[in-house]
Ligand binder design. Sequence first.
Ligand SMILES: Nc1ncnc2c1ncn2[C@@H]1O[C@H](COP(=O)(O)OP(=O)(O)OP(=O)(O)O)[C@@H](O)[C@H]1O
Ligand SMILES: [Mg+2]
Length: 408
Amino acid sequence: MMIYKILLTEIDSPRPRIILYTGKGGTGKSVISCITGLKAAELGYKTLLISSDPAHTLSDALGLAVGDKPTLIVENLWAQQIDPVKETISNYGIVQDFTVEVFQSQGIDETLAYELASLPVMTTLFALLKIEEVYETKEYDVLILDTVPSGESLKSILFPKVFGNISRKLLKLIGSLNWAAKAISPLVGMPVPNRDVIEAEAKLITRLEKLGHILTDTEVTSLRLISNPDTFSITNMRRSFITSNLYGVNVDLAIINKVLPDNITDPYFEKWLGTQEEVMKYAETSFYPLPIKKMKLFDSELKGIEMLEEGSLTLFEDEDPTKIYFVGNPIETIQQKDQFMLKVKAPFVEKDACEVERIGDEAIVKICSDIGDSVNVIPLPAITHQMSLTKAKILDNELVIYFTEEDE
Ligand SMILES: Nc1ncnc2c1ncn2[C@@H]1O[C@H](COP(=O)(O)OP(=O)(O)OP(=O)(O)O)[C@@H](O)[C@H]1O
Ligand SMILES: [Mg+2]
């Protein structure tokens, strides 16, 4: 343990390290978050495990009560269960009131409006803002986020990245047009945010922008995708991989959890073993070169510290689970004489399933795939500001956007 502590001070990579787990409902996000936390703590990292799941799954997995303040679990490991309603009220009550007002003005009643304002998107957002808050304090070496079980949870993780970019502009517009909006308000039936709301929103947006930077900093944040060996959850993993690449968030590891052991001879599982084999082959070829770890299905639920520690040995053996397993460089820039190229990883995307539009100093990229559309706003480097966007095409699983010098 001592040796490790000395080592830690010698590592000058940015701290805290942030690890986010995402995957379809029930794939093992909470269990694997706990396993990672326990292993990191054992190696001497001061670790905080954060969950935003209202179902209190961290408490269930650890077999201990986890509070809404960091609760000590074992030496070096704290867990915290975000209470989204409390977070909303204490931090952004004003903004929420405004949101509720807007919903109401659209004919949605108050109860439903409150329901909407506390959707999983919001819940995840508050957990992420917690990450930003804790990140700033530099109190922990490692932060692990166990996300809520929503198919859309990844989009809400990545949402601040886009939201931060767009909303500041919107806010400027609302702010400067406030007097006009007041005049229009009775006509359009939409409430106008007052000064307090605008100020609270501006603060929120500043934090979202910071969060956007933290999430796209490859040396700080890694997103890890969890799937089970079935076609549904692997499809979800594929969707997450497309979205995270487009948003510039580094995925460093995929985990296929609940893998049936090969030595099962009971004919009842024959079809399951067949599906599993297909899914594994598919994963290995289509996510290449992303590393894939497998974790067997244990003969009972993984519950309590002892079992989780056993799980940790199976999954990470003697590795440091906080290392960056892989850097995929989701967004790359290349300068070639008078041409500049921006490359965005676009796995699984058909040749013409992509639209790029330039608005000022940003590129709006829309990628369509058989499993839904994703949009991202990519800030363009200063060098392109005097250049024209000439073409954009899909080449070898990458979207390449070309810029050339403008003619005199
Ligand atoms: N490898 C495994 N072997 C046996 N049981 C497992 C394994 N991984 C997870 N489980 C069990 O599967 C259930 C779901 O796991 P977990 O709660 O971690 O999933 P989750 O992705 O967090 O779910 P949710 O989407 O509901 O938050 C739990 O009962 C857990 O103990
Ligand atoms: Mg969970």
